[in-house]
Design a protein around this ligand. Structure first.
Ligand code: LMR
Length: 398
């Protein structure tokens, strides 16, 4: 008998376990399109030049490794608020935004979940159908009830806007609605700024609270256009949670850097909100890691570096858009009859291919091509070196 005999085998993570399996696959031609990580044409996840420059400056100027405050660096908070809201709106929200520097976007989501469970009357968290696989685990961890709202039409593989609006109209007051700020994960089907106006209008009239998961700013259209979601909702005076990540747009995957912005509709609540957020931070990770935040702060506080970073984000975005066209054309040229042209319209790193779970498993087991069982692919993982093999593998499982 072991003390741990009571421990059962947990289900594997639907995304990260695939990278584990990929790593132990001996096939030299294996392809990983599962986890959302950008690679360049050579198949490398690069360290951005702006990040290298910021690290150089940090190395030269850092004087301590002492703890950050529980809420993180105040300079980081102010700069990330400006990035999300734009300068003008950020200024007008002063006194109404509580910002935490968090370990990645996941850390921001988890603290938000804790805060919501302990401090609000939300009965349920509403997730898009489908959504990022980890949302369910994060929001159920502190005991919150979950439900889903209609978003995607799996027949047309595109946004089902009427069904989405109808679902939003029926969400009870006080509940939390998790929205994807841009580059919807997993479908790549985004809302236009006009559609975000509809979302804000419905949130105001039905009095549910938006939580914007904002992990891909700059990967959709550009840094400012992609922020329409957060800006339209915050400008409408609504309470909102925004969970920001720098994993993708700064390539800081392993540095775990993000932010949680809680916007209140009444500045009188601000201090209480901050005090409760601090409780959640303290019991989870005490205070945030500093290095990634230092990089973000260095870049965003320097105009020239910020401009260079915008160009780096544009280059990553353009590569992904180019791959989408190349992939659709290659499938067609290989004689694949199914029309995949919808992939060109989707935004960000991910696309829902419409491939079934059985086809995803066959891709993995027969061809060493790793995609999520839902049929999601990370388009940013396709390169000139693997596209022909990928297309042949897909053709053979269809
Ligand atoms: C993804 O969806 O692949 C990324 O957000 C990485 C992750 O943590 O799942």
């Amino acid at each position: 008998m072991s003390y741990f005999d009571t421990v059962s085998l947990a289900p594997a993570d639907p995304i990260l376990s695939l990278t584990e399996a990929f790593k132990s696959d001996p096939n030299p031609d294996k392809i990983n399109l599962s986890v959302g990580v950008f690679v360049d044409q050579s198949g490398t996840t690069p360290i951005l030049d702006t990040v290298k420059e910021a690290e150089k400056r940090l190395l030269a100027t850092s004087k301590t490794k002492s703890y950050l405050p529980m809420t993180g660096s105040p300079a980081y908070a102010s700069l990330t608020q400006k990035l999300v809201f734009g300068d003008e709106l950020a200024a007008s929200l002063q006194g109404r935004v509580a910002t935490l520097q968090t370990p990645g976007g996941t850390g921001a989501l988890r603290v938000a979940a804790d805060f919501i469970a302990k401090n609000t009357s939300a009965q349920k968290i509403w997730l898009s159908n489908p959504t990022w696989a980890n949302h369910k685990g994060i929001f159920s961890a502190p005991g919150l009830g979950l439900d889903t709202y209609d978003y995607f039409d799996s027949d047309t593989l595109s946004l089902d806007y009427p069904a989405f609006l109808k679902a939003l109209e029926n969400i009870p007051a006080g509940d939390i609605v998790v929205l994807h700020g841009c580059c919807h994960n997993p479908t790549g089907a985004d809302l236009t700024p006009d559609q975000w106006e509809d979302v804000a209008r419905i949130a105001a009239s039905k009095q549910w609270i938006p939580l914007v998961d904002f992990a891909y700013q700059g990967f959709g259209t550009d840094i400012d256009t992609d922020a329409a979601s957060a800006r339209i909702i915050a400008a409408a005076g609504l309470p909102v949670f925004i969970c920001q990540s720098f994993s993708k747009n700064l390539g800081l995957y392993q540095d775990r850097v993000g932010a949680l912005h809680v916007v209140t509709d009444d500045a009188a609540n601000h201090a209480n909100i901050v005090s409760q957020l601090k409780i959640s931070v303290r019991v989870n990770y005490s205070n945030p890691p500093a290095h990634g935040g230092g990089i973000v702060t260095t870049i965003l506080s320097d105009e020239a570096l910020t401009e260079k970073w915008h160009a780096e984000v544009a280059a990553m975005r353009d590569r992904i858009a180019g791959v989408r066209t190349q992939f659709v054309d290659a499938l067609k040229a290989a004689g694949v009859e199914r029309d995949f042209s919808f992939l060109k319209e989707q935004k960000g790193m991910f696309s829902f291919t419409g491939l079934t779970k059985e086809q995803a498993i066959a891709l993995r087991e027969k061809h060493s091509v790793y995609i999520v069982d839902s049929g999601r692919i990370n388009v940013a993982g396709i390169t000139n070196a693997n596209i022909d093999r990928l297309v042949a593998a897909i053709k053979s499982v269809l």
